[in-house]
Design a protein around this ligand. Structure first.
Ligand SMILES: Nc1ncnc2c1ncn2[C@@H]1O[C@H](COP(=O)(O)OP(=O)(O)OP(=O)(O)O)[C@@H](O)[C@H]1O
Length: 271
């Protein structure tokens, strides 16, 4: 039995016919902690949405071998003015087991208390969400993620506007998840943090630049290639930049997988 949790085959994702992530192929193994790195607009969140099934592929496939998925979007995509308390938000982690109106059992309450304790929020149960600091909110969202008991966890910029102490605590939790054989993909901008704590990295610039051991991916050469790809990108294009008029025939990503033969990857496309 394979230990692959995720497999991309020539995956292209985008919006209204405009591709945002091109021809991604590779695999992620179970229990591996991977950082997703790239400039603003390089397609990191688009990739997360594709894996979560929120965006359907324009072409290619994203196949998954996971049992349960937990997806934590960027904080900017969350509405904190919703009149709810910490306990309401965290209890949503039971949704897959209990449904929205399901009764929470005594055992569930003990689990909930343990998760709040693990993120340092014991005593915050009744606090309204709009009274939390950014770091406290992120801790509550991590507690909800823990309750989901997912084997594939997607975190989109979880450390934005979060202080060093909170980052340290949350990184420790992420490492525990990986030690429990959960697969974690985490979008990050801080390369020092990635080098220190994330064994694997996927570097993206609308297409895969490199994917593999972090020390082999975050090289000056790969980062410079990523910058060049990104700068050359035309957001209005509906086709691959490798196949623009004048180089080879144009395709619109609607005829199934067609390889766009870009520059060769320097690192094997699997983790
Ligand atoms: N809902 C949408 N509709 C149309 N285009 C979108 C949508 N969301 C993202 N895009 C475009 O897709 C491209 C990739 O965006 P994406 O958000 O995936 O990048 P990112 O790497 O996550 O950026 P950042 O680091 O700024 O969060 C961008 O050109 C963006 O404008």
């Amino acid at each position: 039995m394979t230990d692959i949790c995720l497999e991309f085959k020539n995956l292209t994702l985008g919006y209204r016919g405009h591709a945002a992530v091109h021809h991604l192929s590779g695999t992620a193994e179970r229990g591996v902690l991977t950082a997703i790195v790239g400039a603003n607009g390089s397609g990191k969140s688009t990739l997360m949405k594709g894996i979560a099934g929120i965006l359907k592929p324009i072409s290619g496939t994203c196949s998954t071998g996971y049992r349960r998925l937990a997806y934590l979007p960027q904080q900017s995509e969350l509405d904190r003015s919703f009149p709810a308390r910490v306990i309401d938000l965290v209890s949503l982690g039971f949704w897959q087991d209990r449904g929205l109106l399901g009764r929470i059992t005594g055992k569930d309450r003990a689990k909930l208390a343990a998760c709040l304790d693990a993120v340092g929020l014991t005593g915050f149960e009744k606090r309204p969400l709009d009274s939390l600091s950014g770091g406290q909110m992120q801790r509550a969202l991590f507690a909800r993620t823990m309750l989901q008991d997912a084997d594939l966890i997607l975190l989109d910029e979880p450390f934005n506007a979060v202080d060093g102490r909170t980052i340290q605590d949350l990184v420790r939790l992420i490492q525990e998840w990986a030690a429990q054989r959960r697969t974690v993909l985490c979008v990050l901008h801080d390369h020092a943090l990635v080098r220190a704590h994330f064994p694997r990295t996927l570097l993206i610039a609308r297409k895969l630049v490199a994917w593999g051991p972090t020390s082999e991916v975050l090289t000056p050469e790969n980062l410079s290639r990523a910058r060049n790809f990104q700068e050359a990108w035309d957001d209005r294009a509906g086709w691959c930049e490798d196949e623009r008029p004048g180089s080879s025939p144009v395709h619109e990503h609607d005829g199934g997988p067609k390889q766009g033969g870009g520059p060769k990857q320097r690192v094997a496309a699997h983790v």
